[in-house]
Design a protein around this ligand. Structure first.
Ligand code: NAD
Ligand code: UDP
Length: 359
């Protein structure tokens, strides 16, 4: 049985689905601070089977000990954590407590239970403002520009030291580039509780009429059109990477680092254009000064994951945007009918409504 911490969250839920699809049994530990039990129903519907769920916190050692005693867990995928960059600047202690403290407590509980296989949700943010592009795993980790980034790097360092101290540990650090998109059924995706910080959730809320305009942070970078360039990767491709990484780690030893990205960068304007073309919805935008702490560009060299895991992102930017939009329309039809504006086409609403009726 695999323990997925943060398994009701955006990425964790897709990872759980992957594992169920490969016949694994799964237990989720989540404190629901940024997700809800609705994910469990969606996972069960899409996966055809339920994951077990325990409401709990990765910082709570007693809860973790009980969890390892109650379930025959052989490996852990650790997705739980806080991820809002701006919030991490305002509340750094909360971020270090959850992301670093929580990881340490989890590792302690794993060791006590004799479970030594661990995958960690890390981030390309640990590379800082890399002078080398594309970024491969040999690039030095840089200086993150905010407490969130530091917390990811610190957690990586904790796990690396741990694996160096005891050969029983087999740890995979998965450095995600920019995960976007939703399940290709349109039934499982990101549902931000707060004002989104990331490009795509914000863009989707503009497109669905919940927000007026997309603020584009910076149009004077040395990039193709002056706007920031990122490596967007479909969340289902990302989830497949976890399954392959898990198999590579089982029975192994030490720390492995894998970039999960497509190897292709897109600017903000290219994403907006692709969205309008693919989904048929216009997105009003306004240029703003650069956002503090942003790098101009960041994209992966994903070759190590291809060679060592046989993993390659298969889905295109258009796929990511189409799936994300299908999910957004579903959310809009379900929760926010009052907020429709002409930017959501009647066709999109009708389609979402008929999909809902079919569930
Ligand atoms: P998310 O907020 O949707 O999911 C995280 C889940 O962890 C939530 O369900 C939340 O309730 C839970 N959680 C938070 N703190 C917890 C705690 N102390 N104990 C138990 N549960 C807790 O975020 P996500 O986008 O799915 O991200 C998953 C992981 O991937 C995070 O660690 C994040 O830092 C990392 N990551 C995300 C991105 C991204 O762009 N989404 C990029 C790089 C890395
Ligand atoms: N971005 C933007 N408007 C937004 C959110 C993001 O212009 O509302 C830009 C941001 O400056 C960056 C890119 O979109 O160039 C991706 O930002 P995101 O926060 O999604 O990812 P990250 O910067 O963490 O890689």
């Amino acid at each position: 049985m695999i323990l997925v911490t943060g398994g009701t969250g955006y990425i964790g839920a897709q990872v759980v689905l992957q594992l169920l699809g490969h016949g694994q049994t799964v237990v989720i530990l989540d404190n629901l601070c940024n997700s809800s039990r609705t994910s469990l129903e969606r996972i069960a519907r899409l996966g055809g089977r339920r994951a077990r769920f325990v409401l709990g916190d990765v910082r709570n050692r007693a809860q973790l000990d009980a969890l390892f005693a109650d379930f025959p867990i052989t490996a852990v995928i650790h997705c739980a954590g806080l991820k809002a960059v701006g919030e991490s600047v305002r509340e750094p202690l909360r971020y270090y407590d959850s992301n670093v403290g929580g990881s340490i407590t989890l590792c302690q509980a794993m060791a006590a239970a004799g479970v030594f296989t661990l995958i960690f949700s890390s981030s390309a943010t640990v590379y800082g403002d890399s002078p080398r592009m594309p970024i491969d795993e040999r690039c030095a980790t840089g200086l993150p520009t905010n407490p969130y980034g530091f917390s990811k790097l610190m957690a990586e360092n904790v796990m690396t030291s741990l694996a160096a101290s005891d050969a029983r540990w087999s740890v995979g650090l998965l450095r995600y580039f920019n995960p976007i998109g939703a399940h290709d059924s349109g039934e499982l995706g990101e549902a931000p509780a707060q004002i989104p910080n990331n490009l795509l959730p914000y863009l989707l809320q503009v497109a669905s009429g919940q927000r007026d305009v997309l603020h584009v942070y910076g149009n004077d970078y040395a990039t193709v059109d002056g706007t920031g360039v990122r490596d967007y990767v479909h969340v289902m491709d990302l989830a497949e990477g976890h399954w392959l990484a898990l198999q590579a780690l089982m029975g192994g030893s030490g720390v492995q680092v894998w970039n999960l990205g497509t190897g292709q960068g897109y600017s903000v304007l290219q994403v907006v254009d692709a969205f309008t073309r693919t989904c048929g919805v216009s997105v009003p935008l306004v240029f703003e000064p650069r956002r503090a702490g942003d790098v101009a560009q960041c994209w992966a060299d994903p070759d190590k994951a291809r060679r060592e895991l046989g993993w390659q992102a298969r889905r295109t930017l258009d796929d990511m945007l189409r799936d994300a939009w299908r999910w957004e329309c579903r959310l809009a039809a379900q929760h926010r009918p009052i907020l429709y504006t002409p930017r959501i086409t009647p066709v999109a609403v009708a389609q979402a409504a008929s999909e809902l009726a079919a569930v």
